[in-house]
Write a protein that binds this ligand. Structure first.
Ligand code: ADP
Ligand code: MG
Length: 512
């Protein structure tokens, strides 16, 4: 079910209710074979320090050269986020010292990002059967920047190693407005953003490999304060925020935001203040802890990178990319509603993920849509959810599930038997028709055989026969006792009798 209303998330402290405000900064690695300013490979899992060019290692005198493919992907992403594409943008140096940053600065975009304001529609599916809903999140900007290398602290007790393979890899930093109002919404925002990036092909969204990571900004305020902020744009109505760095799992984003909001409420309610700081989440304890406070905040001394010309995009370049945009999740959802007559909810579940959508389309091709939706959304996804499996791990291929549905459509088996057959398909990897054949599960549509069963049951149960008659005479169009007979016939047939035929024959014999 999908509702129009956005529930408000409240936390109750000892001094009353609180609300949460969040804005996210997502770092998405661009799906590009080469780095942002060098031709070195971005292949994951390579031997440490094997994908490092002289530019990535910051050898003196080396010059960065912009990778056109990365610029294209940033523009494509901007268009996918319905954002303004800035035809003029510029690269700045963000200066800081860190062992895994050999240049001594990161090339980023500060004052003039390549993409300006946009918007994204988030789909939230609460647990516990509460209705799902949508809400918009403003995108403030998207800019291009280089990733740093990796410091490895756990290979030796007294030394730190540096792997520069990641140094110079292209990132898009996507900054949201503080429009996110609960931990669940924060996770849902990243999910939706990830789905869009994957559909666009600009980022592969592999969070385990760190290709998509979110910095989660959290503050708390009293009910009503956020509305004042929205009306005036004045941030002072909001609480001081903390930023939780580098979250790369939906579950951790939610846990960290929850913990952080409660921590801030506790501080405020005991007369303390929230210090603006950067924090880290520890999945083992479920807590966040200080990484650096505002006092140690760097002065990055941003200035335009003198080695790079400003980026000027030709409007035709942008229009060509716009014309080649693939179908995005929201568009797909609307198409599913029209093409297949699905509810917004069903269409949303199927289009939340490109792999699910592709699976569904294959099952639905040439088949009854209603059956396809039920078997994919309810039966298969229900099973996968229970097993914590993704659609990509499905033990039943779309073709195999289609084969099962075909047996229901041509009345070889009933929907009820089909559920057992599905589980057997999962266990054995066999096709539906092989299982039905081998186990003799074919539906009995032979009316003679069903009649025999009906006669036997009526003869053995005169009391129930009389009951049906009494209910009929009392004016019940559908005597309740009829259901009992249907159940008996189905049971005696081992679930194989065609329910429609059973109903018809029973009505005839019982004179209904
Ligand atoms: P900075 O440049 O210092 O990182 P920004 O204004 O760019 O600060 O904000 C960074 C992120 O923090 C944005 O995603 C923004 O939406 C979010 N944010 C700003 N103020 C708040 C707040 N009071 N509570 C929660 N998030 C906030
Ligand atoms: Mg920031």
């Amino acid at each position: 079910m999908l509702t129009e209303t956005r529930p408000s998330y409240r936390l109750t402290g000892s001094t009353g209710d609180w609300e949460v405000v969040m804005g996210l900064e997502v770092h998405a690695q661009i799906a590009s074979k080469a780095k942002l300013f060098s031709g070195a490979s971005t292949a994951y899992g390579a031997e440490p320090n094997s994908n490092v060019s002289l530019v990535d290692a910051a050898m003196p005198g080396m010059l960065p050269v912009i990778n056109r493919a990365c610029v294209e992907e940033a523009v494509r992403t901007g268009l996918g986020l319905k954002a303004k594409i800035n035809l003029y943008s510029r690269f700045d140096r963000k200066n800081y010292f860190y062992p895994d940053l050999p240049q001594g600065y990161q090339i980023s975009q500060f004052a003039h990002p390549i993409v300006g304001e946009g918007e994204l529609l988030v789909d939230v599916e609460p647990a516990h059967g509460e209705p799902s809903y949508q809400f918009p999140v403003g995108i403030e900007r998207l800019h291009l920047e280089q990733d740093a290398g990796k410091s490895i602290h756990d290979m030796s007790d007294d030394e730190t190693y540096v792997d520069l393979n990641r140094s110079g890899v292209a990132l898009m930093e996507i900054v949201s407005r503080p429009d996110i109002r609960s931990p669940l919404e924060a996770a849902a925002y990243v999910k939706k953003l990830r789905a869009i990036l994957i559909a666009l092909g600009s980022c592969d969204g592999d969070m385990e490999k760190g290709n998509l990571r979110a910095d989660v900004n959290v503050s708390v305020c009293r009910p009503g304060a956020y509305e004042k902020f929205k009306a005036t744009g004045d941030f002072s109505h909001l609480g001081t925020r903390c930023e939780i760095k580098n979250m790369n799992s939906f579950r951790f984003i939610q846990q960290a935001a929850e913990y952080e909001a409660l921590r801030q409420i506790e501080l405020l309610e005991t007369g303390q203040q929230v210090d603006q700081e950067t924090r880290l989440f520890d999945p083992n304890t479920g807590r966040t802890r200080t990484m650096r406070s505002k006092e140690d905040a760097h002065d990055y001394r941003y200035f335009p990178d003198p080695d790079l010309l400003p980026l000027r995009l030709d409007p035709d370049f942008v229009e060509k990319i716009r014309a080649s945009l693939p179908e995005l999740p929201d568009e797909k959802r609307i198409r599913y509603m029209h093409e297949y007559g699905l509810s917004a909810y069903d269409a949303g579940v199927l289009t939340a993920d490109a792999d699910r959508a592709a699976y569904f389309e294959e099952v639905a091709r040439g088949r009854d849509t209603r059956l396809a939706v039920n078997w994919v959304n309810q039966e298969l996804f229900g099973y996968l959810n229970k097993q914590s499996l993704e659609i990509t791990d499905t033990p039943i291929s779309a073709a195999a599930l289609g084969g099962l549905i075909d047996l229901i459509t041509d009345q070889t088996i009933s929907g009820k038997i089909a559920k057992d057959v599905m589980l057997k398909m999962i266990d054995t990897g066999k096709s539906a028709s092989d299982i039905v054949e081998a186990e003799g599960l074919k539906q009995v549509t032979d009316t003679g055989a069903i009649e025999t069963l009906v006669n036997e049951i009526m003869a053995a149960n005169p009391k129930q026969v009389a009951q049906v008659q009494a209910q009929k005479e009392a004016g019940h169009a559908k005597p309740k006792a009829l259901g009992w007979f249907v159940g008996q016939v189905m049971k005696n047939s081992g679930g194989k009798a065609n329910p429609q035929a059973v109903n018809e024959i029973l009505k005839e014999k019982l004179d209904l």
